[in-house]
Design a protein around this ligand. Structure first.
Ligand code: GDP
Length: 473
């Protein structure tokens, strides 16, 4: 871990913050960390067993009172005002969250009482902690790495059981271990390749076949990590999905059917769905953020023109497009216009109104090599097939929960860079002309992974990560 520090933090002060939400609740926890943590606590806390907490070795738990000092030097029940009855946990460095001396006070959850205790601690010389400052200390003191720091935030922010479980898995450092293994292998490979470049004729020691095999293995591992991070992003943020198609194809009906409630007005008058409406539904564990859009046809009037501009915008940012065709009508130029427009996107073609006599011939859409689902949105028939197609289009090789990793935007960029570099190394090794470049690419790959785990990091990235923390973490 490099020692570059964020300007807004310093590791000299003893810091304090409320670690729980400030509201009337059963308990509120105040956390103090730093050199003077125990000394400060000893000045305001009176343990029931009358021990001097400064002399206690190891980690311990005390029952007692927070006492506001009056004239007497030491807090005594007789001479001070009892502020609250509390439990106090004392954790000596390095066996604490920050690897510093830490004291946690579990008091009653009232805002007033907690503020009073905070005030007393600050009076004794502690400073109010900034957002994420405890976790930042855990990071610079080598207790956790950047990936785990992110996981801490994800645990605090987790909105679903699934997200929480995954973040906890990440906090345990399983992902970091995996990346460390890849890094070790890369370093070894790097030295082999260097040796090969310098002494190519020394065939006895190094076989090109083996190097090639190792590059491929590492590439596979990194590819897998990248897929895992994309899967995690979907679980966390949901998948942007658009239902598009000609007016009257049945988009709103399908939308309602998926939502199972009448949110969108279904109408036989063309072009009623003018606004883009967003709803999140859960399809086999995939959070799908569905946008019902204006019937996407060629612009004919201003209102639809506006709507179409909106739709086009959403098109570009969509992860999945459900294109709806009306099976009871033959394909027309509007349908073809749409089919051609989304040729290169992740699309499921839905042929709706299968309860009516079918005029749309299968062969007319056979050229569009996309998954196709026949259904009736009105009669709610074939919806399961669509759900299956959605799941398969998202998780092409199924969803392997063990591979899932949460990365922030920066970390994902580093992983992408690492994948690019290993791919370059592979290509260069296969074309003999560029053999010198293999070493460079492997080195670049290693550097990107070092940035990913936070072995080296920039202030900008740290700022970004810790600014999203809450105070007290
Ligand atoms: P949108 O313009 O694409 O949003 O289309 P709507 O959902 O408003 O549907 C247009 C008309 O088609 C309505 O009268 C729907 O009841 C009807 N409709 C939608 N889906 C089906 C279906 O599967 N079968 C039949 N028979 N009618 C449908």
């Amino acid at each position: 871990m490099n020692e570059s520090k964020l300007k807004k933090y310093n590791s000299i002060d003893t810091i304090v913050a409320l670690a729980t939400f400030p509201s009337a609740s059963a308990l509120g926890v105040i956390r103090i960390s730093g050199k003077a943590a125990i000394k400060i606590a000893s000045k305001i806390f009176k343990p029931a067993n009358k021990k001097d907490i400064r002399k206690v070795k190891g980690n311990s738990l005390f029952y007692g009172w927070i006492v506001e000092r009056t004239k007497a030097k030491k807090p005594k029940l007789k001479t001070g005002l009892v502020v609250d009855e509390v439990m106090l946990s004392l954790m000596r460095k390095p066996r604490s969250y920050t690897k510093e001396d830490v004291v946690e006070i579990s008091a009653h959850g009232g805002v007033l009482v907690l503020n009073k205790i905070l005030e007393l601690i600050i009076e004794q010389g502690a400073r109010q902690a900034q957002r994420g400052e405890f976790t930042y200390r855990a990071l610079v003191n080598g207790r956790i790495n950047l990936i785990q720091a992110e996981a801490v935030r994800d645990i605090v922010e987790a909105r679903s059981d699934q997200g929480l479980r995954l973040a906890q898995q990440q906090l345990k450092g399983e992902l970091s271990k995996e990346i460390d293994l890849v890094k070790q292998d890369l370093k070894e490979l790097f030295s082999q390749v260097e040796a090969y470049i310098n002494f190519p004729e020394d065939e006895l020691k190094i076989s090109t076949g083996l190097i090639k095999k190792q590059i491929n293995q590492l590439k596979n591992k990194l590819d897998k990590l990248l897929i895992g991070s994309k899967d995690a992003k979907i679980l966390k943020e949901g998948l942007r999905c658009i239902i598009c198609g000609k007016t009257n194809a049945g988009k709103s009906t399908l939308f309602n059917c998926l939502l199972r409630e009448e949110r969108v007005i279904v109408s036989r008058i063309h072009g009623t769905t003018r606004d883009v409406i967003e709803e999140t539904i859960n399809i086999r564990g995939v959070p799908l953020r569905i946008y019902d859009t204006a019937g996407l046809i060629e612009p004919r009037d201003l209102v639809t023109k506006k709507a179409i501009a909106k739709t086009n915008q959403s098109f570009d940012s969509a992860d999945l497009i459900i294109l709806m065709l009306d099976g009871s009508r033959s394909l027309d130029k509007d349908d073809l216009f749409l089919l051609n427009k989304i040729k290169d996107k992740n699309v499921i073609i839905v042929i709706n109104k299968r309860d009516l006599k079918q005029k749309l011939k299968a062969e007319t859409i056979a050229n569009f090599k996309k998954p196709k689902v026949f259904l009736s949105a009105l009669k709610k028939k074939g919806i399961k097939d669509l759900e299956k197609a959605v799941f398969n289009s998202v998780y092409k090789n199924g969803l392997n929960r063990e591979n899932i990793i949460f990365l922030n935007h920066y970390q994902e960029q580093f992983l992408k860079k690492a994948v690019e570099s290993i791919t370059e190394a592979k290509d260069c090794f296969e074309s003999d002309d560029a053999i010198d470049l293999v070493g460079c690419s492997l080195k670049e790959c290693l550097d990107s992974l070092a940035e990913l785990t936070g072995e080296v990091y920039s202030e900008e990235i740290l700022e970004n990560i810790f600014s999203k923390f809450c105070i007290g973490k």
